[in-house]
Design a protein around this ligand. Structure first.
Ligand code: NAP
Length: 282
């Protein structure tokens, strides 16, 4: 697509961003909808992040995705915060509405809606989540709100559990553990730690507990590079159905683009966007 004086700026802030798939994905969405936007990656240092976001607003940029490590820092420069993003305590999408940065979080919906498309229903299912970081917060909240039977968080840092417990308990049963109870059964196991990704490719965060995985278990990893982490490879060998982080990336991107451009993307965009990334697609 060519740019003109009317072309609006979209982009992503984060660090590092060398391998981000977002520019290719959003350029595809722009082409699909004919929206006059261009999408660029801005890998900025911590001290430059907030000034850059404020400057971009005065330049009339339309919106940005915000990724690691700035999903919490961005709260300081958002003018209007969506109620759910406020509860999750993190923002992954900002949209310029009449000179105000409006903040949203599409990660939770991105995960649960892609899960349903790839692996099926999570209604009433018992979910075990490994890790309690920013993504865990938004995903636990949405799983609970949309019908999971229970949510258990395993985290080495106890303090990170409490805010998640508050979000989840409003909707469903919540449990926390440092060591996993092998007498319990989980329908769904999700890796939300960086274990399995460079430089931890050889690590499986569920290593000691793989006997708990059966051909009925649904296993997910938020990582998509490598496309099958050690955890997913071993789960698949036990007959489990698996999903990596690519479907979530695409779904949260669809919801972000819809907020940026105030439009609805056609249904086929999900599969077409997945197909753009053959190296990461399971
Ligand atoms: P985060 O906020 O940094 O949280 C990471 C979590 O992993 C924390 O609970 C952390 O525990 C735990 N952890 C880190 N190293 C560990 C280790 N060696 N042993 C045990 N636990 C460990 O990160 P995030 O934003 O939630 O992202 C989590 C993962 O999801 C990353 O791999 C990220 O790339 C991926 N992600 C994917 C998508 C997607 O669209 N597919 C979107 C967002 C994130 P401590 O607090 O104790 O350090």
């Amino acid at each position: 697509m060519t740019t003109s004086s009317q072309t609006k700026l979209l982009g992503i802030f984060g660090n590092p961003l060398a391998h981000t798939l977002s520019p290719k994905m959003h350029s595809y969405f722009a082409e699909k909808t004919g929206k006059d936007v261009t999408y660029l990656a801005f890998e900025v240092e911590k001290e430059d992040f907030k000034p850059s976001v404020l400057q971009a607003k005065t330049m009339g940029a339309l919106g940005f995705n915000i990724t690691s490590p700035y999903k919490i820092d961005v709260l300081d420069v958002v003018d209007v915060l969506d109620a759910e993003a406020k509860r999750m305590g993190s923002v992954n999408t900002i949209v310029n509405r009449e000179g105000k940065w409006c903040g949203y979080n599409t990660d939770g919906d991105g995960f649960v809606d892609s899960f349903e498309r790839i692996l099926g229903s999570f209604q009433k299912k018992d979910v075990l989540m490994l890790g309690a970081g920013g993504s865990a917060r938004s995903i636990a909240y949405k799983l609970a709100q949309k019908g999971a039977g229970s949510v258990t968080i395993s985290s080495r840092t106890k303090e990170k559990i409490l805010p998640i417990e508050d979000l989840v308990k409003e909707y469903t049963k919540f449990y926390a553990c440092e060591e996993i109870d092998t007498d319990k059964q989980y329908d769904i196991v999700i890796n939300l730690t960086p274990l399995g990704m460079h430089p931890h490719e050889e690590e499986n965060p569920f290593n000691k507990y793989m006997d708990m995985i059966t051909d009925k278990t649904l296993c997910c990893d938020l990582i998509y590079n490598p496309k099958k982490t050690r955890f997913l490879q071993e789960a698949e060998a036990k007959g489990a159905k698996i999903m990596n982080g690519l479907p979530m990336l695409v779904m949260q991107g669809i919801y972000a683009f819809e907020l940026f451009c105030d439009c609805k993307l056609p249904e086929e965009c999900f599969n077409e966007a997945l197909a753009l990334f053959k190296d990461f697609r399971i």
